[in-house]
Write a protein that binds this ligand. Structure first.
Ligand SMILES: [Zn+2]
Length: 435
């Protein structure tokens, strides 16, 4: 292609108001010489028709084309005002597609934000693909992502709210593990927000910032009762049904099974669990839901307990965990109450300290546990799913240091509806097999 405008290349570029003057592949990259097509421009101050005053070439990267990186050499116009009485002399043209001093086109920045946010790709990987620095991509994520996250309609229509903690920064030698609290729309299955810390104050602050009619829409809150969250709800959400969901109750029961297993290991072996120790080897089976154990798993579990649990306390804790699970698995409220009684009788009877403690906690939260059935089995499944997504974002982020950055990335991945162009299938029907 020579130094003349190519209409087809310009259409292929698809950058509004730009035309392609030349295109060549240099070092594996497309180099496109482009310029705007504007010819009639008025002075911003006096409105008099501006006169062309030369060009200055700036280079920006655009979206890849045909698998190759693209560099635009934009012959940026310089205009001059010809009105002697006007104070304005010259200026360079401005376009929405390429911001002043940008190294990426706006659409490349938007795409970078989509890849980091929606697809949870690493900032460094996107930076590498586009041939720019990490900070350039992170700024694009902030610029294009923040309006999506700040959109007030993003939080609309929440009927059931889930609260859960998740670790943000793992403990180091000098600092304890830092946690954040995730707020989840349990029906819509999306992350509403994350707040720093897992305290009552953190949640209260977030709820306090919500409008009254938003709060009125919330009918159910599912939470981890072993955090201070519940008291944060009292003032703003006094009308809601608080539920201790399945997920959190089972998590606590599993902790009890683990505690008893560790204590028995220590007592019988004189050391912490090691790989060949029979109880250590069944530690995961002990936490698996009984009905999900395979035949082989069941045999291994029984064998492990037979050799390494002489007092039967690990088995007793395991049974307690299963009885608490049965409360949630019950078909209705009456069944749930009966299952709860079985759990209490067992936990009070076997004399395992950790299990007795669990039973005391369950008694304190009995109404909220049973409410699980009154609310039609308010599921915290979305919270669990959200925890997995959060872990994924954390993994690609290689451990975040900056909370604002972490929050933005999480919300872009699990809390925003992305408008995406649905690519049409090239073949409407399945292709015939060619022999
Ligand atoms: Zn002027």
């Amino acid at each position: 292609m020579g130094q003349h405008s190519s209409a087809s290349a310009s259409r292929l570029l698809g950058l509004d108001g730009f035309e392609v003057l030349a295109a060549e592949v240099v070092g594996g990259e497309w180099r496109l010489v482009v310029q705007t097509t504007a010819e009639l421009v008025g002075c911003a101050r006096c409105g008099v028709r501006a006169q062309a005053h030369g060009r200055r070439t700036v280079r920006v990267r655009d979206l890849p084309a045909g698998g190759r990186p693209v560099v635009l050499a934009w012959r940026k116009r310089i205009w001059r005002c010809s009105e002697p009485a006007c104070g304005v002399r010259t200026w360079t043209e401005r376009v929405a597609a390429i911001r002043p001093r940008a190294v990426l086109t706006e659409r490349a920045r938007a795409e970078a934000c989509r890849r980091v946010g929606k697809d949870a790709h690493a900032v460094a990987a996107v930076a590498r693909d586009l041939g720019v620095g990490w900070a350039t991509i992170m700024r694009a994520v902030e610029d294009h992502g923040t309006p999506l996250v700040d959109d007030p309609t993003r939080l609309d229509d929440v009927a059931a709210l889930g609260l859960d903690e998740t670790s943000f920064l793992k403990a180091t030698r000098v600092a304890p593990t830092r946690y954040v609290t995730g707020l989840v729309d349990l029906e819509g299955g999306r992350l509403l927000d994350v707040v720093a810390d897992r305290t009552r104050a953190a949640v209260a602050g977030w709820l306090g910032a919500r409008p009254r009619d938003w709060l009125a829409t919330v009918g159910t809150v599912a939470l981890d009762p072993w955090r201070g969250y519940a008291s944060a709800l009292v003032a703003p959400l006094g009308h809601v049904t608080v539920v201790v969901d399945h997920f959190h109750a089972v998590r606590l029961a599993n902790t009890v099974v683990d505690q008893v297993r560790r204590r028995i290991q220590q007592a019988t072996l004189g050391h912490r669990g090691r790989k060949p120790d029979p109880l250590y080897r069944i530690r995961k089976l002990l936490l698996t839901a009984a009905e999900q154990l395979t035949q082989r798993g069941r045999v291994r579990l029984r064998a492990g307990l037979a050799v390494a649990d002489p007092t039967g306390q690990v088995a007793a804790a395991w049974q307690g965990k299963e009885l608490l699970r049965a409360v949630y698995a019950a078909g209705d409220l009456a069944d749930a109450r009966a299952a709860l009684d079985r759990f209490y009788r067992w936990s009070d009877g076997v004399g395992v300290a950790e299990l007795s403690r669990l039973a005391r906690t369950v008694r304190v939260w009995e109404a909220e546990i049973v409410a699980f059935h009154a609310t039609g089995g308010c599921s915290n499944g979305p919270t669990e799913a959200m925890n997995l997504l959060i872990k994924k974002v954390k993994r690609v982020g290689h451990g975040f240091r900056n909370f604002a950055n972490y929050r933005l990335r999480l919300l872009l991945h699990c809390g925003v509806r992305w408008q995406t162009h649905q690519t049409a299938r090239l073949r409407a029907r399945s292709p015939r097999l060619v022999a």
